[in-house]
Write a protein that binds this ligand. Structure first.
Ligand code: SAM
Ligand code: F3S
Length: 443
């Protein structure tokens, strides 16, 4: 049995891709996933280049596993993901002990690349973009819990001026409807209760239908809603530019669609949004939220923000702060702008000192955390339908479940409840989690 160590950087998309790497390798031989690189036969890094820090971390981590390869030259070291896609051969030049380099679109070729390396003795680099082939070769998703991520589309064609994703993952490409549905029906039959439809811009979904027609994202939501056994639906990430009326109507009609939405806004300033090439104004974003809250007054909204975009003034940052308060965003992600080579924004003059960017990051996080605490406190005394995920990370005597609005709830319960939907009365709230009492009889 081969021991595989895999380290994943970055987003949910990468978590998903790491799972796929393991499944592709497991098609050919028995595998055991290990949590430390010592004694592993295959060491894989699934990398992220969205921000500079994550990118540089890869090279320092590679340096750390080099000694294992020196002791045992049969170990295979592979680098996948977006840094691989962007750097290609440079990775092997910088770290000659790396055996295979593959991009997000060629991870299904991993077994072949490893074989080729063994036979030729030469490092293998394949960072091409054969999107269709990738979806053809993906093994069925494995069930790891009551919740499953299903990739419905890949890539991004939005070309925000700060972002590398369109260059590293390629243009938007949707999986055919039948493939997505077959996967979801299979998962539901194996006991999966919650689906999370995954893609860089899920609302750009345009899946081919068996009759040759095209299924858009709103139609897909309605179809998945009817799959027996699926009790909860989420998606990530969607883009404000394509958040159509038809998608908004799904919040009126589809009770399985959770009242929690991650909709990246990036900034509250129209000048900055335009320089970012986001394709909407703050008012247009607010209008989407107003319509959604008409159907779902309890909608929890999370977002991504970039502070310190080149030329962002104090007044423009204040517009972001104000918008966060107006919309009452839930727990969100705030990033300091990181110039990415090859993106248009990297050429813009940037005279905001780093200390000031850090101050903006902290100020924004403070406002968002206050709102998150307020939402958590408002949940005390309510009964929440939750999916039990497993044993609590904080206390091995407790279980951990997730609410529809993506809160972790710790409660006392039987491990037999794992992957079941249960009702929990919330009794206490903290900044990042809740505590509650189970309301059903476990027997
Ligand atoms: N597809 C998503 C969307 O609709 O915006 C975003 C995907 S991106 C990988 C995730 C987040 O990383 C973005 O929303 C943005 O906030 C952040 N990000 C991307 N490029 C960045 C950069 N150069 N510097 C800082 N943050 C960045
Ligand atoms: Fe990046 Fe903008 Fe696409 S943030 S992933 S280019 S929507």
């Amino acid at each position: 049995m081969k021991k595989v160590y895999i380290r994943t950087f970055g987003c949910q998309m990468n978590e998903y891709d790491s799972d796929k790497m393991l499944s592709v390798l497991a098609e050919n031989e028995e595998l055991e996933q290990v949590s430390e690189p010592e004694n592993a036969d295959i060491i894989l890094f699934n990398t992220c280049s969205v921000r500079e820090k994550a990118q540089e971390k890869v090279f320092s981590d590679l340096g750390r596993v080099r000694k294992f390869k020196e002791k045992n030259p049969n170990i295979i070291i592979g680098v996948g993901g977006c840094v691989a896609s962007q750097e290609g051969d440079v990775i092997v030049e910088r770290a000659p002990y790396v055996d295979v380099v593959f991009g997000p679109q060629t991870l299904h070729r991993l077994p072949q690349l490893i074989d080729d390396k063994k036979h030729t003795g030469k490092a293998q680099v394949d960072i091409s973009f054969p999107e269709i082939e990738k979806f053809d070769h993906i093994p069925a998703a494995k069930v790891t819990g009551g919740s499953a991520f299903i990739s419905i589309m890949e890539g991004c064609s939005k070309y925000c001026s700060f972002c590398v994703v369109p260059y590293t993952r390629g243009e938007e490409f949707s999986r055919p409807l039948e493939d997505v549905l077959t996967e979801i029906v299979g998962l539901a039959q194996q006991g999966v209760k919650e689906v999370n439809l995954l893609g860089q811009n899920v609302n750009a979904y345009r899946g081919e239908m068996p009759d040759g027609g095209i299924c858009d994202f709103a139609q897909l939501l309605r179809i998945v809603h009817e799959v027996p056994g699926i009790e909860r639906m989420r998606f990530t990430t969607s883009h404000p530019r394509e958040f159509s009326e038809a998608i908004i109507d799904c919040y009126r009609d589809l009770p399985k669609l959770v009242s929690h939405l991650h909709l990246p806004i990036q900034s509250g300033s129209d000048r900055v949004l335009s320089a970012m090439k986001r394709g909407y104004t703050a008012l247009e974003y607010k209008s989407i939220i107003r319509k959604l809250r008409k159907y779902r007054p309890d909608l929890c909204l999370s977002s991504d923000f970039i502070v310190g975009f080149p030329g962002e003034t104090e007044a423009e940052f204040a517009q972001t702060l104000k918008l966060v308060q107006d919309i009452a965003f839930d727990l969100s992600y705030v990033f300091i702008y990181s110039p990415r080579p090859g993106t248009p924004a990297a050429n813009l003059p940037d005279d905001t000192p780093n200390d000031e960017k850090v101050r903006r990051l902290e100020a924004l996080n403070e406002v968002i955390e206050a709102e998150t605490r307020r939402i958590n406190a408002s949940m005390v005394g309510t009964v929440q339908r939750c999916l039990v995920e497993g044993v609590s990370k904080k206390d091995p005597n407790q279980m951990q479940a997730r609410t529809a609005n993506n809160r972790v709830v710790n409660f006392v319960g039987n491990p037999r409840l794992i992957h079941q939907m249960v009702d929990i009365e919330i009794t206490e709230s903290f900044t990042f989690s809740l505590r509650g009492n189970l309301l059903i009889n476990e027997d």
